[in-house]
Design a protein around this ligand. Structure first.
Ligand SMILES: *Cc1c(COP(=O)(O)O)cnc(C)c1O
Length: 355
């Protein structure tokens, strides 16, 4: 991603930040049927910690250090925590990660491998977002949450890469999962940068996909509101797509504006649709993605069914995070019924008989 250094607020840092971005864009014919159009996969699972968050951490962590902070903090027990901890330690900085006290051990292990200071917080974890910002203002700690401006500027590099990979073609649509709206804001920023540079004739339609169990941005889109309304705890449900589902998205207003300006839409998908898309990614496409990262394909299926995306159009789906972190946690949706045990001689007989 440092190919675009001139358009970023920091110079290329040393360390793991150099491994961020430059992910492949793959034309995946095998996913066309499921999606209902021509599919390109921008495989963000190939980032150093397995999620697009690295594009943001690669910029936001050195940016915080430049402004004089020695300690990096974050409030997350998912991909944000893993990525922030990796980038902080890579630049020799201490990192504080605030996690809920009921964190599953597999997630704790993923974060702890970088040896940040992990603080388990009891009580209302959702309220920590505001507390974290306050912490950032009163202590020499930079708390890098989802809408930190330097993080969002790192995210925009994904757009530059998509356009360079496809040139001279351009995509008709870009489809992303959305939670806080940070990634969507970054993608929109990237499109506007291309426009300013005279490199974008017609922007792609931006489609955002939320989990139906927590979808304030979809609800605002459908009612024509310019700002999402925060959902109360009883309006928010459980989902297998644990990386998305923010009841009060800090960058929701910007995400909505991006969708409307590009003639896109916001759609919500159920856990059943997410699970089915995750299988299609693996079984048809050969991609291992986490449930949240499968939502763009689920959303695209819906959009095609609704006639919003035509079969001859091209859509870039962005699986935002790898599914490999889920394996072994008991959360993965793998159909182990298909495995069968057999003795080698029997197997050989069966193979020979089949020929
Ligand atoms: C963080 C995350 C998202 C959501 O991104 P936002 O910037 O919060 O909208 C989507 N998918 C994965 C895998 C994530 O880790």
């Amino acid at each position: 991603m440092w190919r675009y250094e001139a358009l970023l607020p920091v110079e290329q840092p040393t360390g793991v930040a150099q491994a961020a971005g430059r992910t492949p864009l793959i034309r995946s014919h095998a996913l066309d049927d499921a999606a209902g159009c021509r599919v390109y996969v921008k495989d963000e699972s190939e980032n150093p910690t397995g999620a697009y968050k690295d594009r943001g951490s690669a910029v936001a962590v050195p940016h915080a250090i430049e402004t004089g902070t020695d300690v990096i903090g974050t409030i997350s027990y998912g991909n944000m925590a893993v990525s922030t901890a990796a980038h902080a330690t890579s630049l020799g900085r201490a990192c504080i990660v605030l996690v809920p006290d009921e964190i599953p051990s597999a997630r704790l292990e993923l974060i702890a491998q970088y040896e940040p200071t992990i603080v388990q917080v009891s009580g209302d974890y959702g309220a920590l977002y505001a507390d974290g910002i306050a912490l950032s203002e009163s202590l020499p700690i930079s708390v890098l949450v989802s809408d930190a401006p330097a993080r969002i500027s790192g995210y925009k590099t994904v757009v530059f890469e998509i356009y360079e990979s496809l040139a001279p073609d351009t995509p008709d649509a870009i489809v992303l999962p959305t939670s806080s709206g940070g990634f969507a804001s970054g993608v929109w920023r990237g499109l506007r940068d291309l426009e300013t540079l005279g490199l974008l004739e017609e922007p792609p339609r931006l489609y955002l996909v939320q989990t139906a169990t927590a979808d304030p941005i979809t609800q605002a889109f459908e009612t024509g509101a310019t700002e999402p309304t925060a959902l109360s705890p009883d309006e928010t449900g459980e989902t297998i797509a644990h990386s998305i589902g923010n009841p009060d998205p800090p960058s929701g207003t910007r995400a909505l504006a991006a969708v409307r300006e590009t003639d896109g839409a916001v759609v919500s998908v159920s856990d059943a649709e997410i699970q089915s898309a995750q299988r299609r990614f693996a079984v048809d496409g050969g991609f291992c993605v986490e449930p949240a990262a499968a939502t763009p394909l689920a959303g695209l299926t819906r959009l095609s069914e609704r006639g919003e995306v035509a079969s001859d159009e091209s859509a870039v789906v962005v699986p935002t995070g790898t599914g490999f972190k889920e394996l072994g946690t008991g959360n993965e949706s793998v159909d182990t019924e298909q495995t069968s045990r057999t003795e080698l001689p029997e197997l050989l007989d069966a193979v020979l008989a089949a020929h």
